[in-house]
Design a protein around this ligand. Structure first.
Ligand code: AMP
Ligand code: GLY
Length: 453
């Protein structure tokens, strides 16, 4: 029987989405930008969003962790898909909150349940999960205030440098890499005594892995997964990887040393056992999963899991995605991801972060940003900006991510740096060497990325 003259099949073919996207950084601007490119989007809201997302959808002044307020909003606005950018709402259980909620008709959430989010929320949980499922990762020992002696004994077994990690979320700051064993023992005590608050009441000590880092991302419905483009993030503030760690100063995709053979090992030894392990443990995982990897002489090891996309990695991953992101999200929500196409452009993307001078330490805010209208052929994603009347101003450490897509790494670098040169604000700083280390490794492997999976 037809209802209102539309057959059920026809109706599902034209299913449109009223999406609520959570978060406020460059990653969320890139997600909004990509969602708006498809033809299935009826309306996009971003909570709380930023001036960049405001040019694409409607920003809503609700925090990404304000579950009750988000629920009221989803009911008012008839939202039928929630997409979560940052980890905090996931670790706090937003997917479970909506899955258990009859009033909102169990709106699908792109993001794992609270137990799945423990892969990022607890290093101890992640390491034990990997151990249970035979996933390659560095040797480790978890220490609490009551087991310091065992921790010190483990440090005695290891070679320098020593890796100490706060178990819980510590805003990307909870990892110490220390060269002297005595200092490592002292810092272990400091961490257990609250150096990172409750996050370091448990500490994971790890063997140091020597290799090259890269990040691999998947989107999964819990059973099927799609491999997204891999990326390399540049974490140190200074050129040639010098200075303090930051949230990320730039990114490139593809990564030349991620050869098809290496990526096959990643799928077989890491991605597939992770999905199988989640299923075996009855963990509902519908969303992005980010594998922080170390390539140790051609063998992949997991350094960390993140239960979301990376920032600025998203700003190079999504520009290479040719398929409709909303169609893929529908596959996640309905557990039909295996029927969807995930086509990746064989092009190279380079993103450079324009940051406030002083970042990741103290920096000024409220400086007018000029030149955005002169950027041609590149995309500028807002990360830490605010709008003052008609003028965008700086409002955070990482201010803008400038991304370009081109047929080669040199061409993508040239486009991005030309765009960065057009942009100005007081004390603006950026790394000049994003992608330089990959230049000599670039080869003809990119054709492999053109195949739909
Ligand atoms: P994480 O927050 O776990 O990603 O750690 C932050 C950074 O510390 C990583 O991006 C690596 O550069 C480094 N790191 C973490 N664990 C190890 C390890 N076991 N061996 C070598 N480097 C590591
Ligand atoms: N850029 C690293 C991260 O998003 O965790």
């Amino acid at each position: 029987m037809w209802i209102c003259g539309v057959s059920p099949i026809r109706k599902s073919e034209i299913m449109k989405y009223r999406v609520l996207l959570l978060g406020s950084g460059g990653r969320e601007h890139a997600l909004a930008w990509k969602l708006a490119q498809g033809n299935r989007l009826e309306k996009l809201f971003i909570a709380p969003g930023n001036p960049g997302t405001a040019t694409i959808g409607e920003n809503v002044a609700i925090a990404a962790t304000g579950f009750e307020a988000l629920k009221r909003f989803t009911l008012e606005q008839k939202i039928n898909l929630i997409v979560v950018g940052p980890e905090e709402p996931l670790v706090n259980g937003i997917a479970d909150f909506f899955a258990d909620d009859e009033a909102t008709d169990k709106i699908p959430v792109i993001g794992p349940c609270k137990r799945g989010a423990q892969l990022e929320g607890s290093k101890d949980f992640a390491k034990n999960f990997m151990q249970r499922h035979g996933i390659p990762t560095a040797r480790f020992r978890t220490v609490t205030a009551g087991t310091i002696a065992a921790g010190e004994q483990f440090l005695d077994e290891l070679q320098a440098p020593y890796v100490l990690k706060a178990d819980g979320l510590a805003a990307g700051k909870g990892v110490l890499i220390i060269h002297s064993r005595d200092e490592a023992k002292q810092q272990l005590r400091n961490m257990l005594q609250g150096m990172f608050g409750a996050a370091s009441s448990k500490v994971v000590i790890e063997e140091f892995l020597q290799g090259i880092e890269l990040s691999v991302f998947i989107l999964t419905d819990g059973k099927n997964y799609k491999l997204l483009p891999e990326a390399k993030d540049y974490k140190r503030v200074g050129d040639n990887d010098t200075g303090t760690n930051t949230g990320g100063m730039g990114a490139v995709s593809p990564v030349p040393f991620a050869t098809p053979g290496f990526l096959q090992k990643v799928e077989q030894q890491i991605i597939q056992p992770t999905i199988a392990g989640l299923q075996q443990e009855g963990i509902t995982y519908k969303g992005f999963l980010f594998f922080g990897l170390m390539n140790v002489n051609g063998a992949p090891y997991v350094i960390e899991y993140n239960v979301r996309l990376g920032d600025p990695e998203t700003e190079v991953v999504l520009p290479r995605l040719q398929s409709d992101l909303l169609d893929l999200f529908e596959g996640v929500a309905q557990q039909t991801l295996g029927t969807k196409t995930c086509a990746i452009a064989p092009a190279t993307a380079v993103a450079v972060m324009c940051v406030s001078g002083g970042y990741p330490g103290t920096y000024g805010k409220g400086y007018p940003i000029t030149g955005l209208q002169d950027v041609k052929g590149s995309t500028v994603f807002h990360a830490g900006t605010a709008q003052q009347q008609d003028t965008p101003v700086t409002a955070g450490g990482r201010v803008l991510a400038v991304t370009s897509l081109a047929e080669s790494l040199p061409a993508a670098r040239e486009k991005t740096y030309a765009a960065v040169a057009a942009i100005h604000f007081q004390d603006m700083y950026f790394r000049r060497d994003i992608g330089v280390d990959c230049l000599h490794e670039e080869d003809g492997r990119r054709d492999d990325f053109n195949k739909p999976q």
